[in-house]
Design a binder for this molecule. Structure first.
Ligand SMILES: Nc1ncnc2c1ncn2[C@@H]1O[C@H](COP(=O)(O)OP(=O)(O)O)[C@@H](O)[C@H]1O
Ligand SMILES: [Mg+2]
Length: 168
């Protein structure tokens, strides 16, 4: 509970979204907002406090980590089915910083399949997505079908001050 309590200094709707998902971590939580507003920090807090007996049943990856894993499996086996199954079957999935890099079309397809499969499991599994994109840009980059799935649960946007920014 400690980390969750520490997500302070955020607007009430941001806090409410975090608490709501934390109390029932199924379906999607979409945390959108500008850089340094605490999206990664808040998702990690939920992730760290999510209890599963087998740690294989929770995964936290940002888009770049996922892209590296995906490329490795493509090069090794010419298939990413193993990775896809791992991601689809995990109880809690955090996909951090979606949209920060422009993905290849093939990788975008992979992200769409993940969103679709996780949406099918929305009653039993939880997925947290964080992004700097606004709804319009996300639709343009990832398509309506992707957005329709990842925005099907709790969505919150916070364009607050950058906590990393140090009088640069
Ligand atoms: N509630 C908080 N309490 C203390 N530090 C925080 C909090 N939220 C964010 N931070 C710190 O602010 C910085 C930016 O947060 P981060 O979650 O990485 O932002 P984002 O993912 O939105 O770009 C990090 O160093 C993080 O540790
Ligand atoms: Mg982040």
């Amino acid at each position: 509970m400690e980390l969750i309590r520490n997500i302070n200094q955020k607007p009430p709707d941001f806090m409410e979204a975090i608490h709501k998902f934390h109390s029932k971590p199924t379906g999607f939580l979409l945390l959108a907002g500008t850089n340094g507003t605490g999206k990664t920090f808040s998702s990690k807090a939920i992730y760290n406090e999510y209890f599963v007996e087998d740690s294989d049943f929770k995964m936290i990856l940002n888009q770049s980590d996922l892209n590296i894993k995906w490329q490795e499996q493509m090069e090794k086996w010419n298939s990413t089915l193993y990775l896809l199954n791992q991601i689809v079957n995990t109880k809690l999935l955090v996909l951090d910083d979606i949209g920060t890099r422009v993905p290849s079309v093939a990788f975008m397809d992979f992200l769409y399949i993940i969103a679709d499969k996780r949406h099918e499991k929305k009653n039993t599994c939880g997925t947290i997505i964080t992004t700097n994109l606004n709804a319009k840009d996300m639709r343009e980059k990832f398509g309506d079908a992707f957005v329709s799935r990842v925005a099907s649960g709790i969505c919150v946007r916070y364009d607050g001050p950058d906590r990393r920014f140090n009088n640069f």
